[in-house]
Design a binder for this molecule. Structure first.
Ligand code: SAM
Length: 243
């Protein structure tokens, strides 16, 4: 019998005061089965065991977004997931909010082809995936300052991530940085970078993951002023020389 994802209804209820519907659970299962099949040909993730996939890909992705007071869930919002890889954190969230309009961005063409295939298989018609570097795409007027929300996980240092995401956000738009450990030093340097790019820190939510008790931090920022056209800097510079 093939491996199936656990449901863990009680954990969702206890931790987030929320639980997925039967339809959303079926969609997550479909996402998992497709990723496991494709992973043999295109390296999307090391995380393939059902419980680990549930915790590191589903729980983590969704926890960054559910239950935020400053967030407008009822609107049909535009979201960009930068450096999405195999579609995380965006895909599990898009399954919960199928009318939101997601752009999945990654510099690797093969991964983007897979994400486009997954979107089609899951029937997420209002979303699409795009190959490109954040440093280039953020200067294109079709994308610059067009997004209500920007998500970024495991793409680099927080200051690098901020330089990637701020140019994409509308004024008032929210950025979510998915981080592991977080300390005061990192927060101070993030605040300096945010000031240069027209953003402010809203809050940092620290949690332990429900199965393995690992530390997770979700860092929420908001764009409050336009970002100078000088940002993001040329390809590779935000990573090599963070602001
Ligand atoms: N976000 C996914 C996750 O958490 O599973 C993938 C993380 S993976 C470690 C980092 C991804 O970011 C890679 O797929 C890489 O191609 C992409 N990436 C790194 N720098 C990028 C850039 N400047 N623009 C677009 N994609 C980038």
């Amino acid at each position: 019998m093939k491996n199936q994802l656990p449901i863990f209804e009680k954990i969702w209820e206890q931790k987030l005061n929320w639980k997925p519907t039967k339809e959303q659970l079926d969609q997550w299962e479909k996402l998992y089965q497709e990723i496991i099949l494709i992973n043999d040909k295109v390296n999307l993730t090391r995380i393939v065991q059902p419980e680990e996939f549930w915790e590191k890909h589903l729980w983590d992705s969704v926890t960054g977004i559910i239950g935020l007071q400053f967030f407008q869930y009822s609107k049909k919002i535009k979201v960009i997931d930068i450096g999405t890889g195999g579609g995380f954190p965006g895909l599990p969230i898009n399954i919960i909010f199928p009318t939101w309009n997601f752009t999945f961005l990654d510099s690797r063409r093969k991964k983007i082809e897979v994400v486009n295939f997954l979107l089609k298989t899951l029937g997420l018609k209002d979303s699409w995936a795009l190959t490109g570097r954040a440093e280039n795409i953020a200067h294109n007027s079709d994308f610059r300052e067009k997004y209500d929300v920007a998500l970024i996980r495991a793409v680099g240092k927080s200051s690098t991530c901020i330089e990637y995401i701020l140019p994409f956000l509308t004024i008032g738009g929210i950025g979510v940085l998915y981080r592991g450990n977080w300390d005061i030093q990192e927060e101070l340097s993030l605040k300096v970078t945010l000031k240069k790019l027209g953003g402010k820190l809203i809050s940092v939510k620290e949690l332990k993951t429900p199965l393995t008790d690992s530390i997770r931090n979700f860092v929420y920022i908001q764009k409050i002023q336009p970002t100078s056209k000088n940002f993001p800097r040329d390809i590779g510079i935000p990573k090599r020389n963070p602001l």
